[in-house]
Write a protein that binds this ligand. Structure first.
Ligand SMILES: *Cc1c(COP(=O)(O)O)cnc(C)c1O
Length: 355
């Protein structure tokens, strides 16, 4: 039987997508060739890339002001590409520091621009989302992280800013309905909610580009990738293909609106148990709780071995917190069924009974 997979990333994907992907690895489109042994310039793969890019726009309800790219290098390379493409060397850029990944984005941006950290939740161990802060009017852009994968906080709303809005949505992309047209640039590594590691989704408003006066290395230049329709060099073919399959799955399900409902139900179920069960405690401010990564700890460490054995025995996998913070983290990405959440909740109830 499949495990109840709570892995934070790479993470669970829909079973039917995995089946389609494995078929394509053996025989893609009836070509008697594997998806991963044909030219990325072949008609069959170009269709995949075009379809994947179109699905992103469709699911986000974005118009042709936006371009969609599937690049390599992970979200981590976007920490570099964003300042390179959107900020002149002497420009100020505004960032919020809401966790490990935001800090990593800031570290890279500092090498290329004057970073102003306009808000931080580091004072309380990144257990909340800062609100009420000002973004300098002359900032080249404002960068935020919509969901803090390691700490389990999530932005429920986005500030009204008068500068371009850039967001790292790696761990909650396509998990909820947002007005995506409020954003000027969105990026996300595929491996959290979309596909296997290897591809990184970038959605960028075209009119933002070409204004920094920088001589940008070719691979780092969004304009070049746009001109080449995301085929400047060999794209991450397998990850892009599986991402396309996941997006088709999501569209069939009813899109982000439909998945948001399911994600809300899953989150309500688990958080209710964390709040009810005296053995457990959530670690972040309630209003900022992530619906993707649920972090919690045991009130009494003496039952830890018993709890760990119980969830492992029942087939739950990947529940340990990030090595930097400890405790537990239940990552409930789009493909995790609510039945898996019920299994976890039942284990927590059972532990209470036996404690
Ligand atoms: C995982 C993660 C990253 C890093 O992604 P890579 O693709 O490994 O570079 C960045 N930001 C967030 C929010 C993440 O969850």
């Amino acid at each position: 039987m499949k495990k109840h997979n709570y892995s934070a990333g790479p993470c669970i994907l829909p079973q039917e997508v995995l089946k389609q992907a494995s078929d394509a690895v053996l025989n893609f489109n009836g070509l008697d060739l594997s998806l991963i042994e044909i030219s990325h310039r072949s008609k069959d793969f170009v269709e995949v890339m075009d379809n994947a890019r179109a699905l992103v726009k469709e699911l986000m309800q974005l118009n042709d002001d936006y371009e969609v790219l599937f690049l390599q290098g992970g979200a981590s390379l976007q920490f570099v590409m964003v300042p390179f493409n959107l900020a002149a060397p002497d420009a100020t850029t505004a960032y919020t520091n809401t966790g490990t990944w935001a800090s990593a984005a800031i570290k890279e941006a500092k090498k290329l621009t004057n970073v102003s950290v306009v808000a931080s939740s580091e004072d309380k161990g990144f257990t909340y989302i800062p609100k009420d802060y000002d973004v300098p009017a002359d900032a080249a852009y404002f960068h935020c992280t919509s969901n803090n994968t390691i700490y389990g906080t999530q932005m429920k709303s986005f500030p009204e800013v008068n500068v371009p809005l850039v967001c790292d949505m790696s761990s909650d992309i396509f998990s909820r309905k947002l007005d995506f047209s409020k954003f000027d640039l969105i990026y996300a590594g595929a491996q959290k909610n979309m596909g296997p590691a290897g591809a990184t989704l970038v959605v960028v408003k075209k009119d933002l580009l070409g204004k920094t006066g920088r001589d940008i290395p070719s691979y780092l230049d969004y304009s070049i990738h746009i001109k080449k329709e995301s085929m400047f060099n060999t794209p991450p073919v397998f990850s892009t293909y599986v991402s396309m399959l996941t997006l088709e799955w999501l569209k069939k399900l009813g899109g982000v609106e439909a998945i948001e409902k399911i994600n809300d139900e899953k989150a309500a179920l688990l958080y209710a148990e964390i709040d009810r069960n005296p053995l457990f405690r959530g670690v972040v401010d309630k209003e900022d709780r992530s619906h993707m990564n649920v972090t919690f700890v045991l009130e009494d460490e003496s039952v830890k071995d018993k709890f760990d054995k119980a969830w492992k025995d029942i087939g739950i996998s990947g529940l340990n917190g990030h090595r930097s913070v400890g405790g537990y983290r239940a990552s409930m990405y789009n493909a995790l069924p609510i039945e898996s959440v019920q299994v976890l909740v039942d284990v927590m109830k059972q532990l209470e009974k036996e404690a």
